[in-house]
Design a binder for this molecule. Sequence first.
Ligand SMILES: *Cc1c(COP(=O)(O)O)cnc(C)c1O
Length: 423
Amino acid sequence: MNYESDLRWARKQDKEDVLRPFRARFHIPKINGREALYFCGNSLGLQPKTVTRFLQQEITDWASLGVEGHFHAKRPWLRYHQQSKKSLAKLVGAKPGEVVAMNQLTVNLHLMMATFYRPTATRFKIVTEAGAFSSDMHAVESQLRLHGYDPQEAWIELSPRPGELTLRTRDIIATLEQHGSSVALVLLGAVQYYTGQFFDIKKITGAGKKVGAMVGWDLAHAIGNVPLRLHRHQVDFAVWCGYKYLNSGPGGLAGVFVHERHAQDTLLPRMAGWWGHQERERFRMKKGFRPIASVDGWQLSNFPVLSGAAQLASLAEFDKAGIRALRQKSVWLTGYLEFLLRQLPAHETAFRIITPSAKDARGCQLSILMKSNGRKVFERLSQKGIVADWREPDVIRVAPVPLYNTFEEVFRFVESFESAFRL
Ligand SMILES: *Cc1c(COP(=O)(O)O)cnc(C)c1O
């Protein structure tokens, strides 16, 4: 089936969309009294209406039970981290013992690097994409320095070919082979935050493992956006945040994946805290750390229940919708956005889409590179009640999210985008 460029067609798609009922389950922000066109779920996901109920449960249990809530709350706080395992495992393609919600993304990145970046005299390099998210770059730089390395010598940044804006899998693999046994860790953003490129996790992980490196993925823009198969693809570890596509609220709970083959290895060095200690002995308060033989062994502190409750509300929506159905709509919806943008007279002259066109090489986000006046166009969009985001120096990121965005909204966005050039 093909796309058509009139509003009637967009409305028909919405009518036939089996996921359409999910939109009503989210709070849509208003601007000047009207529902915003919210395309910013890649930055802060919208609030599921059930969040209030999930939070209320914990607040009520806290009020009525006090400390006893650890055992007698509806969802006992002592083992609250178990509540989200199944849903998270489905989203990243893992076993429940391989995923746990904890901390924030950058903290988790450091915890994972403490275990999986173990440089030796000959194998000490870290490979990332050039222009990675700043926090990831700061984490990598500081880890290198912690181990006494000069980032200039020990950090390999993958850049696109001259004249290109995204990376070719073939080139990534060639770089890994070239540096071979000197590579200790490969760390990439699975969906690159700036370009929206979705990397080939299977092939890149395979190539990294082949040269003997550890391979970790930052899923900040991937979890809840694209289906993942971390276990099957032999990924060593992954980290994510909860407030983007996972809709867990500002500063929401993040999480990690550690592959079973490492997760069960209690001898692996790590940063330790009491919540990672074997549950039976945790409250004996003795010296001698003995980690839980799963990813839970990387937990440090007791679980942030209020944050976790908000996340459960959103994960229940993902469970109901299913990531496969979401992805199917997402491919169709983002394809529609691309179709409409490419029809505009300004396409290629005033702007271009830098996100790959192949559906397997992107999630729902399209990054629009503005050749001039980008900031101005973006501000005009904001004035019209459109929430997208601006990334320096010249990109507007637009993310139609299949849980709550519609075809009509995409149509309206492109309409406004076009008139923003003409003003
Ligand atoms: C959003 C994002 C972060 C944010 O890090 P926090 O620790 O959650 O503040 C880090 N890395 C990437 C790739 C991101 O997209």
